[in-house]
Design a protein around this ligand. Structure first.
Ligand code: BGC
Length: 744
């Protein structure tokens, strides 16, 4: 055997044996702890409460948490922030008979102290390194602040912008969503669990929560098995393959069975077919809520259903605490079922090193350092800028010149601080939440002393008060350029924030109309947690940046893009509808038997008589200050077998005036198959940097995995046939096409 191979084989074997030896040691340790536990203590490990400091769900009054912790009746707390507070709870756990440490969970969704763009915005970056880095930094800060476990990433595919939680995911696409799921899990968990800067990821919400009927939060989901497997499950599998330590189930029912009591999802798929060895936490109160679903009669039955179905930890419903012992006594469940759940939880406590030192995440000096790290702030600014989508830029109005004499910055979102954080931010006691650069401050930081900056609020986000219009118009008239910052409030999207009206609220677009009437060039910033409908703005404003909620560095990042220090490169991760009447709308739909191809004819085809079928902005859309030409699409062959590969080459040239980045997207269409296939599906992409005037040839590989799908029997197969290959700058802007055949 050549030495090189010998060394790698040796390394592989020793790593493998070290890992499995380690697992064995942990498993022995888990067994030895389990052996000492009473049934009540075991049930305690499955019980999770919120700290009363913050509530992220309906509160249950419980003044007895401290004594329950001291009695070993609680396994985990959520919403406890900061080393001091975490230490005080952990000290109580250390007074329990077996001194089993508590796990501290928290929704660290888009940053901890340093706040990053909301996940949907960050998904627009299509930049996996950036996304992983933001999760890495969030984990570094949170773990230094006592947290062991984040309830993220949310990997629910979402095709309905009315659903408030679209802000928390990666959008509508399964392929992009799967890559992002992996990047986030890798970022949160770092090199390995047990590292002082790692937190456990919790992949949520298992499963299909994003398909809630009507976009109403917590609503039912009715979905075919094929859609479940093909569209909704892959991001969960990708997160699992990336090593995700835990899963959270969901509030919704799937085809009539609540996810929390769903043995098919949790036992057959997750713990069976996928061999998941971590544990599943319920969503807040979702075990008890099975009574409301009408799936079980009472809390006793709810606990029975959940534990049988594979829900290991009960977040906040107290169903396990109040019923599991009786269920054992009544011979409804064997203790082994409880043991399995306890072992899964204890294993993670061992892996995190909490048994070695329950206070290892409670070092105040480390906390101070992690929460005041200039490198984190720098990364937040860069990632925020990467997430801004340039939707329109008539006559190259943007970027603005830094020596523009007079700039009027108008709108209800120019000066507020907290708004920039978006939903699911974290408020750490005693930590300054003014650590946010407002949009106003960002502009001030950017322009030189020779520029005059004028400000007017103009109007509120909501309501019909136009009293501020006159002042706004007056300053617009004095300016060379107007920047108008409008949109949603930060908490108009998020959990329990579904909306039937997703237009820009209030009189904000009326204000734009008045400002445009001054004849001044107006750049519009749209701040939101979801795709909004803003047709007046889209049709009349000369330049639009979709700025979402960008986090603590929002102001600086927006200024970086406005003035061209960063050339925008983001692409929409969700389709933006023309009207809420089109929802759900997504790019990878079927063709139907009567496809509509244009808006002029809606007789006997699949269209609306009163509305276009086309979205306002397509999935994958986003402009740059420069232009890219696509040319020379070449495939290495036009026939392949399932064992072969085709190499795809395409050349991209930066024909504009600025250096820039382009997301080159590869879509496939399986033209005829034994089950109908979408008109196109994203199967690959590359984000490339190209200097002005330069060209780059990039390559993609087509292999069987990219051509496979679930057939009628739900087997993952390839079928011989013709495929259309499309290379585009968005799902609707296909620049080059070719075809190839998959043969036997
Ligand atoms: C949400 C979860 C969240 C949990 C804890 C629930 O209401 O659905 O996503 O992790 O609360 O805050």
């Amino acid at each position: 055997m050549p030495l090189k191979f010998f060394i790698s084989a040796f390394l592989f074997c020793s790593i493998f044996f070290t890992v499995s030896a380690q697992q064995k040691t942990w498993s022995n340790k888990v067994d030895s702890v389990l052996h000492l536990m009473t049934l009540e203590e075991k049930i305690g490990q499955l019980n999770q409460y919120t700290d009363d400091l913050t509530l992220t769900g309906p509160a249950t009054v419980d003044n007895d948490k401290a004594s329950q912790i001291k009695n070993g009746q609680v396994g985990s707390l959520l919403n406890s922030l900061g080393t001091t507070r975490v230490r005080s709870w952990q000290t109580m756990a250390m007074q329990s008979r077996l001194k089993i440490p508590l796990l501290f969970g928290q929704d660290v969704i888009h940053g901890y102290k340093t706040t990053f763009p909301i996940p949907l915005a960050e998904a627009a970056s299509w930049d996996m390194d950036a996304i992983e880095l933001s999760a890495r930094i969030a984990a570094t800060e949170a773990s230094a602040s006592g947290i062991n476990w984040t309830f993220a990433p949310m990997v629910d595919i979402a095709r309905d912008p009315r659903w408030g939680r679209v802000m928390e995911g990666a959008g509508e696409d399964t392929y992009l969503g799967s890559l992002i799921a992996k990047a986030r899990v890798t970022g949160f968990q770092g090199k390995k669990l047990g590292g002082l800067d790692a937190v456990m990821a919790c992949v949520k919400h298992f499963a299909a929560y994003g398909a809630a009927v009507g976009g109403r939060d917590y609503n039912s989901v009715d979905m075919s098995e094929r859609q479940l497997w093909e569209v909704y499950l892959p991001p969960f599998k990708a997160a699992l393959d990336a090593g995700a330590a835990t899963f959270m189930n969901s509030f919704n029912d799937v085809n009539g069975i609540p996810a929390t009591g769903n043995a098919y999802l949790q036992r057959t798929i997750l713990k069976g077919k996928w061999n998941f060895t971590g544990f599943v936490v319920s969503d807040w109160g979702s075990i008890g809520e099975m009574v409301n679903h009408g799936y079980v009669k009472n809390d006793y039955e709810a606990a029975l259903s959940a534990i049988r179905a594979g829900s290991d930890m009960d977040m906040e419903s107290r169903s396990y605490k109040n019923n599991l012992a009786k269920l054992v006594k009544d011979n409804k469940i064997p203790v082994s079922l409880i043991d399995d759940a306890v072992k899964r939880i204890l294993l993670k406590k061992f892996e995190l090193g909490l048994f070695d030192d329950p206070f290892r995440f409670c070092n105040t000096t480390r906390e101070q350092q992690a929460l005041n790290n200039a490198a984190h702030v720098k990364a937040a600014r860069a990632i925020a800028a990467k997430s801004i989508v340039l939707l329109k830029n008539e006559n190259h109005l943007l970027p603005l010149s830094k020596s523009t004499k007079t700039i009027a910055f108008i709108g209800p979102l120019v000066k507020p601080l907290l708004q920039n954080k978006g939903f699911w931010d974290v408020t750490i006691p005693g930590v300054d939440s003014n650590f946010i650069v407002s949009q106003w401050k960002g502009l001030q930081n950017k322009v030189g002393a020779s520029s005059t900056l004028l400000y007017a609020k103009g109007c509120d986000i909501e309501g019909d008060n136009k009293a501020g219009f006159a002042e706004a118009i007056a300053i617009a008239k004095q300016a060379d350029v107007v920047i108008l910052s409008i949109g949603e409030k930060r908490d108009m999207s998020g959990e329990a924030k579904s909306r039937s009206n997703i237009n820009i609220p209030g009189v904000q677009e009326d204000l734009l109309k008045e400002l445009l009437a001054t004849g001044k060039p107006v750049v519009v910033l749209i701040n939101a947690g979801r795709p909004l409908v803003f047709n007046y703005t889209a049709d009349h404003a000369p330049a639009i940046l979709y700025t979402w909620w960008l986090g603590s560095e929002a102001g600086n990042a927006i200024a970086d893009v406005l003035f061209g220090d960063v050339n925008p490169s983001a692409k929409l991760p969700m389709t933006f509808p023309l009207s809420v009447g089109q929802v759900p709308i997504y790019y990878n739909h079927f063709n139907t038997g009567r496809p509509a191809t244009n808006d002029n004819n809606h007789i006997y085809n699949s269209s609306y008589t009163d509305l276009s079928i086309f979205p306002k902005y397509a999935f994958g859309y986003g402009l740059s200050y420069t232009d890219f030409k696509y040319s020379d699409l070449k495939i290495s062959k036009n026939k392949m077998t399932a064992k072969d590969q085709i190499d795809v080459a395409v050349t991209i040239t930066n024909t504009g005036k600025y250096d820039g980045e382009e997301v080159v997207q590869l879509y496939l269409h399986n033209k005829v198959a034994s089950v109908v296939r979408p008109i196109k599906e994203l199967k690959d992409f590359q984000k490339i940097q190209i200097a002005t005037g330069a060209s780059k040839t990039i390559h993609f590989q087509i292999n069987a995995q990219k051509l496979s799908f679930y057939n009628q029997q739900l087997a993952w197969v390839t079928e011989p046939g013709d495929f259309e290959l499309m290379i585009g700058s968005s799902s609707a802007d296909i620049r080059l096409k070719t075809e190839f055949e998959l043969v036997k």
